[in-house]
Design a binder for this molecule. Structure first.
Ligand SMILES: Nc1nc2c(c(=O)[nH]1)N[C@H]1C(S)=C(S)[C@@H](COP(=O)(O)OP(=O)(O)OC[C@H]3O[C@@H](n4cnc5c(=O)[nH]c(N)nc54)[C@H](O)[C@@H]3O)O[C@H]1N2
Ligand SMILES: Nc1nc2c(c(=O)[nH]1)N[C@H]1C(S)=C(S)[C@@H](COP(=O)(O)OP(=O)(O)OC[C@H]3O[C@@H](n4cnc5c(=O)[nH]c(N)nc54)[C@H](O)[C@@H]3O)O[C@H]1N2
Ligand SMILES: [Mo]
Length: 681
């Protein structure tokens, strides 16, 4: 039976390599592929469920057209593409190309994703979003402080003597990282977790600190104060590498440890314990999660935590550092297609980068000159994953026409006028990067597209042809569907980086120039050339304090003026067996995760007369959802949690409750600035 090596393109740290076996045009087995040293133990349950997902009876396999009663009918590709091109032309003629919004999110990784932009450029332009739902506040904090977002190789963590998982639940979201944690622990490393919830990661730790959500900056500053007071900082490293240390040190002592501890609601003894560990155990690595930076103050929070690595000299060394996102594989920006490389305002196709992803619904509704009339959605499920579901729905319904390119009947697909069936990862060759390890990987085509599925590239070529702009330049930008054309396109993209597809035949390829131990050269590409604890750029670009002086998030139970009607801080973290809204519809996954549940502390439940298994309403002024309560003393009192990614039909559309609001830096989404009340249904 034919066997192939491939890699999982989901938006996930691990980006696993795997070996798959195909029999009679079907995926029959998935196994580990050890050439990727970061994921050698093989795929997770989601990875294993690809055998079901690829051939699921629920897959959308042909174009669908909404009928007047809201149901969908099968139509031909000709009908679909004729109607779409006719509508596109009409909108462009009447309102201009920017009345069309192209919305894409993180459904799949791959270099071919850029082809859509080439199409819209030629169309005359469009409107797109800015910001990102996932990680931007933390990325910007890293860039401002260290100059670049990169970290030591995954396996380097085994060399750490102290590991702090700060707002990261790697045992669920980066499961392969736990192997290196175990190696470190068997060499005597200590493990600390800082999370308002007890998690599968904290089960392995000797110390769990459960701060009030959104107040980690206070905790970090208290730890810094103690380290400085006790002389447990690395003065040699600071003198050589740190900008703004004196100002930072003064700032950390503005409030006493007891005052800071009161805000984050952590016992002073626990803060002292943490400072003790960080002051005396070297090398130390802080692994910070993305979940922690979904607050309106989180860029500043992340800066305060990075500062702990800097003042203890835990950067540029094996076993040490700031592990957030490793962008060493993101090397294609400078070599993308000429059409995509044009600046947004270029007259050859003005891309109005005008809608904040975090405020998607509100901004879509507010767009003028021209207003939005048409939306094209691919690789995204904004009706489930963007904040403020009801506004997003309202904005989509206010449009004249919607096209959604999807594999499954998601909440967003249900809003479409025409649904186009999307390829899956086995149906088109591509090259993918990662954000934890530094491998580029080939994801070859190993199955024929199912049913009538056409990859997005072919859809765009056919539309361009109908619209009369499939010229030589666009043909070069968007490959034809046959695998040899796609491979030739990829060769062109790899060539400027001195890479060839043949390099991938032996497995994953380390990105050129990738380092196992980063910042070892002491080069920090910030304005001062040093690690910036004092950042003028933070102040000028984001209007924040130039120091990471802690402040509260806007919507926080720690704010004495918060609305008493919504006293509970709602978190919506990720979970092991789904990637956001993907996989939850598969039988293999439903066995483990059949329905959304609310994690609630026994005291909060008792106050509300809620018992284990009760159906409860979670509500605030923005909306409500109804789920089953799971009473759990592992969650901090005053906090509740439901994992994100459930579909509307499953009853867990958590973003009906979240606020469409940006993080303090880099236009992230402050999903966790979210106060709610819970009532027995
Ligand atoms: N409340 C709350 N909301 C959150 C979060 C949170 O923590 N709390 N987390 C946020 C984060 S971190 C992220 S990254 C986002 C993710 O948000 P999205 O990127 O929108 O979510 P996904 O559900 O991963 O993927 C969207 C869709 O892409 C489709 N897809 C997969 N492959 C392809 C393909 O090749 N072509 C096409 N056309 N479609 C494809 C899938 O079927 C899926 O329906 O969610 C965010 N939303
Ligand atoms: N299995 C699986 N893996 C994934 C994903 C997935 O959906 N499923 N998604 C991928 C993507 S796109 C992302 S963005 C990453 C996210 O990876 P993580 O950052 O690990 O994910 P989250 O679950 O959003 O948040 C981690 C933890 O932060 C905690 N937290 C929330 N607020 C605070 C706070 O104020 N302070 C502190 N200290 N902790 C807080 C939550 O309780 C949660 O346990 O995972 C990636 N990997
Ligand atoms: Mo994400």
């Amino acid at each position: 039976m034919p066997e192939f090596f491939t890699a999982c393109p989901r938006n996930c740290y691990s980006t696993c390599a795997m070996k798959v076996t195909v029999e009679d045009g079907k995926l029959v087995a998935l196994e580990p592929a050890s050439a990727n040293q970061a994921t050698s133990e093989g795929p997770c349950l989601k990875g294993l469920s690809y055998a079901e997902r690829a051939h699921s009876p629920d897959r959308i396999l042909h174009p669908l057209r909404r009928q007047s009663d809201g149901s969908f009918n099968r139509i031909t590709w000709d009908e679909a593409l004729n109607e779409i091109s006719h509508r596109l032309q009409g909108v462009r003629d009447e309102f201009g190309p920017q009345a069309v919004m192209h919305y894409a999110a993180s459904g799949t990784k791959g270099l071919l994703n850029e082809c859509s932009l080439a199409f819209w450029r030629r169309f005359g332009g469009c409107t797109t979003t800015y910001g990102d739902l996932c990680w931007p506040a933390g990325l910007e904090a890293g860039r401002l402080t260290l100059g670049e977002n990169k970290h030591n190789a995954p396996w380097d963590l085994a060399k750490a003597k102290l590991i702090i998982f700060w707002g990261k639940n790697a045992a669920e979201t980066n499961i392969h990282q736990m192997r290196f944690v175990e190696q470190a622990q068997s060499n005597g490393a200590r493990l600390v977790v800082i999370d308002p919830r007890r998690t599968q990661t904290s089960e392995r730790a000797e110390l769990l600190i459960q701060p009030r959500p959104g107040t980690d900056g206070y905790l970090a500053v208290a730890v810094a104060q103690l380290l400085i007071e006790r002389g447990q900082v690395d003065t040699g490293f600071i003198d050589q590498n740190v900008h703004g240390y004196a100002e930072f040190a003064t700032m950390t002592s503005e409030k006493s440890v007891a005052e800071l501890a009161a805000v984050c609601d952590v016992p002073v003894s626990a803060i002292e314990h943490l400072a003790d560990l960080l002051g005396t155990t070297k090398p130390a690595t802080i692994c910070a999660g993305f979940g922690m930076q979904r607050y309106t103050n989180s860029g500043q929070t992340m800066r305060a935590i990075i500062a702990l690595c800097a003042i203890t000299g835990n950067l540029g060394k094996p076993g040490a550092g700031w592990v957030y996102a490793n962008l060493q594989t993101q090397i294609f920006n400078d070599v993308c297609d000429p059409l995509c490389a044009l600046p947004p305002e270029h007259p050859d196709g003005v891309v109005r980068v005008g809608v904040s992803t975090a405020r998607l619904g509100r901004d879509m509704l507010a767009m003028q000159d021209p207003p939005l009339k048409f939306a094209w959605v691919e690789r995204g499920n904004p009706l489930a994953q963007n904040p403020e579901t009801h506004r997003v729905r309202e904005a989509f319904r206010a449009l004249d026409f919607r096209v959604v390119v999807e594999q499954f009947m998601t909440d967003t697909a249900r809003e479409a006028d025409i649904i186009l069936p999307a390829k899956n990862m086995f149906e088109q060759t591509d090259v993918i990067g990662a954000y934890w390890h530094h491998y580029l990987q080939l994801k070859p085509q190993i199955l024929q597209p199912a049913g009538e599925v056409k990859p997005e590239t072919e859809v765009f070529r056919e539309l361009a042809d109908r619209l009369g702009f499939l010229d030589e330049e666009l043909e070069a930008a968007i490959p034809e569907s046959d695998d040899s054309a796609v491979r030739a396109w990829l060769e062109n993209r790899l060539a400027p980086l001195n890479l060839k597809l043949a390099d991938f035949s032996a497995g994953p390829v380390s990105a050129p120039g990738a380092e196992d131990v980063v910042f070892a050269d002491g080069v920090f590409p910030t304005p001062s050339g040093r690690i910036e604890l004092l950042s003028k750029e933070a102040a000028t670009r984001w209007d924040t304090d130039p120091l990471p002086r802690p402040i509260l998030p806007h919507e926080s139970a720690a704010d004495p003026d918060h609305d008493p009607a919504t006293p509970l801080q709602m978190m919506t973290p990720n979970t092991k067996n789904r990637i956001h809204s993907q996989f939850g519809n598969l039988e293999l996954i439903k066995v483990h995760d059949p329905e959304p549940v609310l994690q609630i502390h026994p005291d909060d439940a008792a106050q509300r007369g809620i018992e284990f298994g009760d159906t409860v309403r979670i509500h605030n002024a923005r909306g409500e959802i109804t789920v089953v309560a799971r009473i759990d003393s592992g969650i901090r009192q005053g906090c509740v949690a439901v994992t994100n990614g459930w579909w509307g039909e499953q009853g867990g559309l958590v973003n009906k409750l979240s606020l469409g609001c940006e993080t303090d830096m880099a236009h992230g989404a402050a999903f966790h600035d979210n106060l709610v009340e819970v009532t027995r249904a």
